[in-house]
Design a protein around this ligand. Structure first.
Ligand code: ADP
Ligand code: MG
Length: 725
C-alpha cells in the first residue's frame, strides 16, 4: 500500500473512534462572560486606572488626541498587573510589517535586581516604544541594513490582549512600525493616516450640509473570511501545499462543486469541532464572531465577525488568520488561506464591508425617510462612486498579488475590472433623478420635480449581484476582490484616501456656492453637483453579470481599465496621479510609495520563483520516478500483438517526453531570470515566461495523473484533499 493510501486508511478508522471534545457552549461561563476576557478593554481600564489617567487615555483613543507620556507609566503598570494575573510572563509589541502577516518579539517582564533577585517590570517607555532590530523586514530601500533599527510605537486605539499558548501567555500590544526618520514600514500607519484624512474631509461635507453635531467620522469594516480545511496528514505529503500554500499540480476531481451541494450544507462534524474551538478563542479575544458556514467549494468555509471600527476590525482580521492557522492542526487540519489553492475549484476571497458613520451613531450610507437624510446619503454614496471611477486602477492595485491574480476573473471571483453594482432600484433612482431624459425641463423645475423622489429613496432590496467586485448592499459597500490571504489594510487605505479626495472635491464645490452669512448649501446646488458627478461616474456602474464575456467588451468601450496581472499595475503606485493623491492627504510619502512598489514587485517575483522551484522539484523527484515505474510495469506485461496495448504504451511515452521537455523549459527559464535587472523587466519576465512554463508543466503532470497507476502516484489527489474530513 502507498504511504498516501495508508494515511487515508488511518484517517478513516480514526473517524470511527473520535470522541466529543469541549465546545464554546459547554463552558460554564457562557459566551457573554467569556467575551473579551483576554482584552485590556475600556471596562478593565476604568476599573484599574485612576480617574484622570483613564480619562486622558480615553481622549487619546476616541478623539485621536496625543497621549500624554506622563500617564504611560501608570497605564503600563496596570497593564502588567492585569496581564500577570492572567498568567502572562512576557509582553510583545505586535505589528504588521510589509510581509503581509504579523510580527512579534517577546520580552520577559522579569528584570534582574541586586544580582540575586528578579522584579516584574514594565515601564511606560517600554509600552510606548519598542526597539526592533528589524533588518530582515522588507523596507523597499527605506532603511539600509547597516542602520537596521526600526521602532514600534504603541497604538492606544487598539486594546492590548493576551495570547495564550500551551505553556503560558503573552501580553500583546498592537503597534505601528516605523523607521527612525518616521517612514512607515508597516500596514497600520498609513491606514491610520487615511482614517484621519477621511474624517477631516467628511466633517467638512457634513458641515456644509448643515450637520454641526458630528465631531468625528469613523469608517466601519466587517470582513468575511473564506478558507479551506484539508487533512494535515495528507497535506504534509504535498510539498507544494507545505511550501506555497497551494496545489501546483492536481487533476480535476470527478465531482467538484457542480452539484452546488456544499454551499450552506451541513458542516462536517470534525470541522464544526474545529470551528467551535476557534470561536472560543476568538470570543475571549473580543472578536465579535458572528457567522460560520460551508462555502461553494467542497472543503471550503467562511466566517465573519460583526463589523467594528476599522482599525480594530483590521487587527482582528489579522488575528483571525493567525488563529485559523494555529488552531487547525489541533484538529488534524491544515487551514489554507491561499487565494487559489485548487485549480478549477473556487478560490477564497475576503469580502470587505465598508461604511462610514458619525460618532453620533449615524451611518452615512444609510438612506432615510427625509429629504435631508437622503441628500446626505446621495452625497456620500456618490463620493464613493466618483472615487472608484477616478481611482479604479489604484483600487485594483490594492488587491494585487501573484496569488490573487489566479483568482480574479477566474469565473468564480470578480474580474480585475473594477465596477460598482448599485442594485436595480438605486440605479433606477439615479436615472430618475439625474437621467438624460429630463434634459428639456428647466433647471428650477427639474429640482422641484425631484422633491417627491428625494423623500422616497428605495431602501435596500435583496438583488445582490455576487459577480461584482464592489456592491452597494443597503447601508455599506462590499469590496469583494480582496484575496483571502491579504491584509485588507492596503485596500482600505486606498479606498479611504480616494473617498477623502472625492469628499474634499464635494466640500470645496459646495462651500463655493455658499452665500455670505449662510453655512448650509442649498438643495439646488447639492442636486446640481450630484447630477454632475452621476454623469461623470456613470461608466463605473454595472448591474449585469460581471463573469460574462460581454462585460469585458462593454468595459472596454467604457474605457474601464482591465489590469489582469499584478505586473500590469505595480508602477501605478509611483505614478504622478498616485503620488499627488497620497501626498496631498499625508497618507504615503513619495519614499514610502517607492518602497511599497519595490516590495510588491519583489514579493510577486519571489512567490512565483518559489512556486516554480517547488514545481520543478516535485516533477523531477516525485512525478518522473512514478511515471518511469509505471512505464516499466506496462512494458513488463505488454502484448506486442495488441494494438490498444501498444497505443497505451506510446501514449505514455508521448506524455513522458512532454514532461521532460516541460521540466527543461521551466528549468532554463528560471535560470535565465538572473539576467533581468529592472523591476519591470523582472515582473514582466515572471508574468510572460515563468508562469506559462509552470502552466505547461502542470498540464502534462495532470494528464499523467489520470493515467498512471494510482498506487504509484505520490501526491494526494484533489478528491482526497477535498473530500476527506
Ligand atoms: P453577506 O450576505 O455578504 O454574507 P452580511 O449581512 O452577513 O452579508 O454582512 C456581512 C458583513 O457586513 C458583516 O461582517 C457585517 O457585520 C458587515 N456590516 C454590516 N453593516 C456594516 C456597516 N455599517 N459597516 C461595515 N460593515 C457592516
Ligand atoms: Mg458577502
Amino acid at each position: 500500500m502507498s504511504t498516501r493510501h495508508g494515511v487515508i486508511q488511518m484517517i478513516g478508522s480514526e473517524k470511527l473512534m473520535r470522541k466529543k471534545t469541549s465546545t464554546l457552549g459547554a463552558h460554564a461561563d457562557g459566551i457573554t462572560r467569556l467575551y473579551a476576557s483576554l482584552v485590556f478593554h475600556q471596562g478593565v481600564q476604568r476599573e484599574r486606572l485612576p480617574v484622570n489617567i483613564f480619562k486622558s487615555l480615553q481622549d487619546a483613543i476616541q478623539k485621536g488626541k496625543k497621549l500624554d507620556p506622563a500617564i504611560a507609566d501608570a497605564v503600563a503598570t496596570a497593564m502588567r498587573d492585569w496581564a500577570t494575573e492572567h498568567g502572562a510572563t512576557h509582553y510583545s509589541h505586535w505589528f504588521q510589517p510589509l510581509t503581509g502577516s504579523t510580527a512579534e518579539k517577546h520580552d520577559c517582564f522579569i528584570t534582574p535586581d541586586n544580582g540575586h533577585q528578579v522584579l516584574a517590570r514594565f515601564s511606560g517607555s517600554e509600552l510606548i516604544r519598542g526597539e526592533s532590530d528589524a533588518s530582515s523586514f522588507p523596507s523597499g530601500g527605506l532603511r539600509a541594513t547597516f542602520e537596521a533599527r526600526g521602532y514600534t510605537a504603541w497604538d492606544p486605539s487598539s486594546p492590548a490582549f493576551i495570547l495564550e499558548n500551551e505553556n503560558g501567555a503573552t501580553l500583546v500590544i498592537p503597534t505601528m512600525f516605523l523607521s527612525w526618520n518616521g517612514d512607515s514600514l508597516d500596514q497600520k500607519t498609513p491606514m491610520l493616516r487615511s482614517l484621519d484624512a477621511l474624517n477631516k474631509q467628511a466633517l467638512r461635507v457634513l458641515r456644509v450640509l448643515g450637520n454641526h453635531t458630528a465631531e468625528r467620522v469613523e469608517c466601519t469594516l466587517g470582513v468575511e473570511q473564506e478558507y479551506f480545511l484539508v487533512d494535515k496528514r495528507l497535506a504534509m505529503l504535498r510539498p507544494d501545499l507545505m511550501i506555497t500554500g497551494r496545489t501546483l499540480f492536481g487533476a480535476a476531481p470527478p465531482k467538484g462543486q457542480e452539484l452546488d451541494d456544499n454551499y450552506f450544507g451541513a458542516i462536517p462534524q470534525r470541522v464544526l469541532t474545529f470551528m467551535t474551538d476557534l470561536e472560543y478563542e476568538l470570543i475571549r479575544l473580543g472578536i465579535p464572531i458572528k457567522t460560520r458556514h460551508n462555502e461553494v467549494a467542497p472543503g471550503q468555509y467562511e466566517l465573519a465577525p460583526t463589523f467594528e471600527t476599522t482599525n480594530l476590525a483590521l487587527d482582528h482580521q489579522m488575528l483571525i488568520m493567525q488563529l485559523l492557522r494555529q488552531i487547525a492542526p489541533r484538529h488534524g487540519f491544515m487551514c489554507l488561506l491561499h487565494e487559489k489553492p485548487f485549480k478549477g475549484v473556487n478560490g477564497s476571497g475576503k469580502h470587505n464591508n465598508w461604511s462610514i458613520g458619525t460618532d453620533k451613531g449615524e451611518n452615512l450610507l444609510d438612506p432615510g425617510d427625509t429629504e435631508e437624510r437622503n441628500l446626505q446619503f446621495l452625497i456620500f454614496c456618490s463620493a464613493l462612486c466618483r472615487a472608484v471611477f477616478h481611482y479604479s486602477k489604484l483600487i485594483r492595485l490594492g488587491v494585487a498579488s501573484a496569488g490573487n491574480d489566479l483568482r480574479l476573473g477566474a469565473h468564480e471571483a470578480p474580474p480585475a475590472i473594477m465596477s460598482i453594482h448599485l442594485g436595480y432600484d438605486l440605479e433606477q433612482y439615479y436615472h430618475a433623478l439625474f437621467g438624460v431624459d429630463e434634459k428639456n425641463t428647466s433647471r428650477k423645475n427639474k429640482n422641484d420635480l425631484r422633491i417627491p423622489l428625494l423623500q422616497n429613496l428605495p431602501r435596500h432590496v435583496g438583488d445582490r449581484n455576487r459577480t461584482s467586485p464592489i456592491a452597494f448592499t443597503g447601508n455599506k459597500f462590499e469590496f469583494r476582490a480582496c484575496g483571502a490571504n491579504q491584509n485588507s489594510s492596503t485596500l482600505v487605505t486606498i479606498i479611504n484616501t480616494c473617498v477623502a479626495e472625492s469628499l474634499d472635491f464635494i466640500a470645496t464645490r459646495l462651500e463655493k456656492t455658499l452665500k455670505t452669512g449662510t453655512k448650509k448649501a442649498s438643495r439646488s446646488s447639492i442636486l446640481d453637483l450630484l447630477e454632475e458627478m452621476a454623469k461623470e461616474f456613470a461608466p463605473i456602474i454595472y448591474n449585469g453579470d460581471n463573469y460574462a464575456a460581454q462585460w469585458k467588451e462593454k468595459a472596454k468601450k467604457r474605457k474601464l481599465p482591465d489590469l489582469v496581472s499584478t505586473a500590469d499595475c505595480l508602477e501605478l503606485l509611483t505614478s504622478k496621479e498616485s503620488v499627488t493623491l497620497f501626498e496631498k492627504y499625508s497618507v504615503y510619502t513619495l519614499a514610502e510609495l517607492k518602497s511599497r512598489m519595490e516590495i510588491l514587485a519583489d514579493a510577486y517575483c519571489a512567490n512565483i520563483s518559489i512556486e516554480a522551484s517547488t514545481a520543478l522539484k516535485i516533477a523531477q523527484t516525485q512525478i518522473l520516478p512514478a511515471v518511469l515505474k509505471y512505464k516499466k510495469q506496462v512494458l513488463d506485461v505488454l502484448n506486442p500483438e495488441s494494438e490498444p496495448q501498444k497505443k497505451l504504451a506510446s501514449e505514455l511515452d508521448k506524455r513522458l517526453d512532454l514532461l521532460l521537455q516541460a521540466v527543461e523549459t521551466l528549468r532554463d527559464r528560471l535560470y535565465d531570470h538572473q539576467q533581468k535587472r529592472t523591476l519591470r523587466e523582472k515582473t514582466e519576465y515572471y508574468r510572460d515566461y515563468i508562469l506559462p512554463a509552470m502552466h505547461a508543466l502542470r498540464t502534462v503532470v495532470d494528464s499523467l495523473e489520470q493515467m498512471v497507476d494510482d498506487d504509484l502516484w505520490p501526491l494526494p489527489t484533489y478528491t482526497e484533499l477535498l473530500f476527506v474530513h
